[in-house]
Design a protein around this ligand. Sequence first.
Ligand code: EPS
Length: 358
Amino acid sequence: FSVTTFGESHGPAIGCVVDGCPPGLALTPDDFRHDLARRATGKTRHTSARHEADEVEILSGVYEGLTTGTPIALLIRNTDQRSKDYAKIAEQFRPGHADYTYWQKYGIRDPRGGGRSSARETTMRVAAGVIAKKWLAQRYGVRVQGFMSQIGDITPAGYDLTVVEDNPFFWPHAAQVDALEAYMDALRKSGDSVGARVDVIADGLPPGWGEPIYGKLDGELAAALMSINAVKGVEIGDGFASVAQLGSEHRDHMAASGFASNHAGGILGGISTGQPLRCSTAFKPTSSLRLPVDSLDIHGDTVEVITTGRHDPCVGIRATPICEAMVALVLIDQALRHRAQCGDVGDITPRIPGHVGG
Ligand code: EPS
């Protein structure tokens, strides 16, 4: 199962090609609406004011509402791609932005705007992830749910995943949402930006997905999550907190009824244990700021950069559906690989008699 995307934020359209989807999955443009709306700009005052319909056209790979097994091409036409500020910063480098490394690598710059480095590209990841989520849910009952687990230095005072969809931050504790709104309002007015952390939990995975050495489940997840714009860190299970733990604390005790804890995050030796998968992704603060900063332009001259226009004061706010999509894309690939090599759930005699797994 593979995905590639194409298109620029300020070009006519963005799209993706999804290859390797099993045939017979019901798929219509309606399937994409919910997750694309969760990721979209222009929905609340806390994200970019760009208004895009994000309407998916299915160009191939689906016949009479069912996937055919051939490559699925999806297209979204950009409808609000004119950005006011790009002409001004077309030759300048924003400190902290990919425009510097793109220029150093390619020596060519699309003056229309952020192009491939824009978060607009993540729209197609979410669209592709919809296909993966739907197949995983139908075939294995896997559910992938994300939530924001930190913004700046604020962390949730409680975890109730049933409230995550009821607020613009995907925050798991309803009582803190007003304070987050106030925090973001003040931040936006100040012209600054802030980082965030997004957690994803996937449950319903059987044990056995993943590869022992190359293509480890955690390795693939790290690569997939790290490939999202603005990501600076990925943790699996207890992640970096494992450093300060003793082995006697970190190991997950086992009983016939399952594991007693989940420090491992549902992965041992690169292979799923059957416990819920837990991963966490760190997003840096957005680099397009209204606050002036010294920088260089492409001629090597010193400039003062001020970025106005439509930008997210915290890219992490829209990142929950993106992280979910990347996790689902890794899981469907691993599920298909496991099925090809070892057989399917139900074909396999339980390897540990009496142990329910997970
Ligand atoms: C982005 C800048 C803004 C955002 C964009 C990401 O675009 P523009 O300059 O065209 O207003 O709106 O995000 C999206 C369009 C999207 O769909 O996510 C950037 O610099 O990354």
